[in-house]
Structure formats: C-alpha cells, structure tokens
Design a binder for this molecule. Structure first.
Ligand code: MG
Length: 382
C-alpha cells in the first residue's frame, strides 16, 4: 500500500516502505503509510493538545490573537508541507516531524527551558529536543502494548534534530547520526528551516500587535523594507495593519520560494540521488541562497534585540524563572505533592534514583496556566 502512495516521490526522499521500523513490531497499516500513521498518532497525543496553552513568545492569557505553540506548530507544518511537496520529498514524514518538533517545550517558552535546565544541571540537564523524543518514546501513556507512541525511526530521528555529544552518547541508536556527523534527512532539514520561516514572520506580526516593535523600526531590516516598498508601490493607501500583513506574506513567499529553488540547486550540484547521499553529504542540502540567508539572519537579530529582549517580554521570563524553579524545589522537597497516579506510574524511576527526572518531566509537561495554578496552590498556603 505504501508503495502506491509514495510512487511519485523523488529518489532521494525517505519512503515508508523502506522504514527502519518501530521499536515494538506492529502490523503495517492497511490504507495509509507508516509515516501517515506517525503523524496521526502525534495529533492524537496529549502533549500535542497541551501545545495550545504553551507560550510561543507571548503568554497564552495575554491575548487571544497571539501565536501559541500549537498555532506556531500548525504554521510550521503548513510551510514544511509546501516545501516538501515542491521538492518531491515525503510530505507525511515532513508533517509528522513538524507537528512534533516543539512537543518537548516547557511552559513559558525558552525561559522555562533555561531554568529547568539549570534545576537539572546535576541530573543530566534539560533540552527541549531530547524532551520531544522522550515524550514520543516514553512519556505518552495511552496504548495497551507499549509506552510512548512507537513511532518510526525516521520520525524519531527528525524529532531529535540535534544535541551535544555527551547527551547523544546516552541516547542510543537514534543519536548515532549526530555522533557519526551525518546530515539529517531532507524531510528533517525542511522542517528545521520552515520553523525559522514561521517564527521570524509570526513574531513580527505578534510583536507589532503587542506594540513591542514598530513598523518604523522594521524599516532598518532590509528584507522587510524591500517587501514593504513593493507593497506600497502596488497599494499606496493601505492601512498600517494591512501593510504589515501583506509585507509578511510577501516575505514568507520569498523565503519559501528561495528555499525551494536553492535546495533544488544543491541537490543537483551535490549529485544527490538517494537518502544515503543526503546523509553522507558534507553539507546541508536544504538551505537559503547566500543573499537570503544573510537577510534572514538580520531579521532574526532584529527580533532578538527588539522583541525577545524587550523589558515586557523579559518580565515574563523572570516570572517563569520564579515559577519553574519554585515548583521544582517544592516537588524535590516532597515528591508526594505530585499526583498519586503519576507517582505510581513512575515508582520504579523514583526508586532508581531518577526522582529529579520524574519531576522535570512533570513540570515540562505543564501548560502555562497549569504551572501558574500549581505555583499558587503550593505557595499561597504557606
Ligand atoms: Mg518551533
């Protein structure tokens, strides 16, 4: 069945019919491919639903119009699929990796991750890519015959994306690619770049809506300015919000078309014919052209300086540090504060001196509002 669905894919695309497989053997799906099955398991997972209430840049309760991790994830999946289809690589696999790429994020975005990493410093640390893999491999607990989602090797390898050597050595065969310095699949490379396209552009929109950055400031950013000039030439009387929308729409289109044509060029230049060629290539294949790479970098730097480091956004960061570190400390002092069912499920790990990891998994799984409620519950009674 998989062969019929995947017969139009390019020779360098990964195929369900050639999958390395799943950890626990299962009968092949009848009317869909293995990678489709992965995608569907991810959408039906608990961790996926929780993305709705996790911070991207703005905390969920700051307003209904801002991106959350869930809407960000859907935008990444949409852009990735468009690129995958144009490159004739596996759309289902690309979508599965995209939909799970942020599952491991803590509440309160990067600030939450950094402080949880700090709390876990002496116990193996915390890193969201590794956590995404832990979720799909171990932490989801819904199927009768295995823990985790039992996804295909290729999906899991794409989810891991990257990690340092010391951590890779502990992870097992899924991290061999990193230890052997091999490239990731084209499907994973596409997801990675499309994540960047999605957040750079939606953060412009959200940042302007929140009045943390302004149109006038963005004129310093060449890629924005160029597209805004074209927009205004065509529509001189456009309202401010439509200028932003149209300019961002044009930037996304520019980035996506550049990514597709430059990657096609790389495929030809590097003689890429099989997934093995992709893996063994000494460079990444899915990349922007030099000019666009530079321009995209300038935009990224602008957002770092003006949005992510903005005092109001940093205030949220400080709050996250306080909530996450205090929750960690409270559970560490009294593990019985964790729900009974969760403790029962993790009893073996707790007895095996992995108490801190059990706590870290619990906190990482929290949504922003659940973390805030827990914090209030634990600290307002004292
Ligand atoms: Mg992301």
């Amino acid at each position: 069945m998989s062969e019929a669905f995947e017969k139009n894919l390019a020779s360098y695309s990964l195929k369900s019919s050639n999958t390395i497989g799943r950890k626990y053997k299962e009968n092949p799906p009848k009317r869909r491919t293995e990678f489709q099955r992965d995608r569907e398991r991810i959408i039906h997972s608990t961790a996926f639903r929780r993305l709705e209430y996790k911070t991207q840049v703005f905390v969920n309760h700051e307003g209904d119009m801002y991106r959350t991790r869930l809407t960000h994830t859907i935008e990444v999946a949409q852009i990735s699929r468009a690129v995958a289809r144009a490159l004739k690589i596996n759309e289902d696999l690309t979508e599965a990796i995209s939909l799970s790429h942020d599952l491991g994020h803590t509440p309160f975005g990067h600030a939450g991750q950094d402080i949880l990493n700090e709390c876990m410093k002496s116990f193996g640390g915390f890193e969201h890519n590794i956590q995404s893999l832990r979720i799909v491999d171990k932490l989801e607990n819904v199927y009768p015959n295995f823990s985790g989602l039992n996804l295909c090797f290729e999906t899991r390898e794409g989810i891991l994306k990257k990690c340092n050597k010391a951590r890779a050595e502990k992870i097992g065969d899924i991290a061999n690619r990193i230890l052997n310095k091999e490239q990731s699949s084209l499907e994973a490379q596409v997801t990675n770049l499309c994540d960047e396209i999605a957040y750079n552009n939606h953060d412009i929109q959200d940042g302007i809506r929140a009045k943390k950055i302004f149109l006038e400031q963005l004129e310093e950013v060449p890629i924005f300015k160029d597209q805004m000039v074209i927009t205004l030439e065509q529509y001189p009387k456009l309202s401010k919000s439509k200028i932003v929308n149209e300019t961002v729409r044009r930037i996304i289109n520019l980035l996506v078309t550049d990514l597709i044509s430059n990657s096609e060029k790389n495929i030809l230049e590097q003689n890429i014919e099989t997934p093995m060629d992709v893996k063994n290539c000494d460079r990444q294949i899915v990349e922007f052209s030099e000019k666009i790479k530079k321009e995209s970098m300038t935009l990224k730097r602008f957002l770092h300086k003006n949005l992510y480091q903005h005092p109001d956004v940093k205030m949220m960061t400080d709050k996250a540090v306080n909530v996450v570190s205090n929750l960690f400390e409270a559970y560490l002092n009294d593990i019985n504060l964790l729900p009974k069912e969760y403790l029962k499920y993790n009893l073996e790990k707790i007895n095996n001196k992995s108490k801190e990891r059990v706590i870290s998994d619990y906190i990482a799984g929290m949504t922003d509002r659940f973390a805030l409620e827990e914090y209030k519950k634990l600290y307002s009674d004292n």
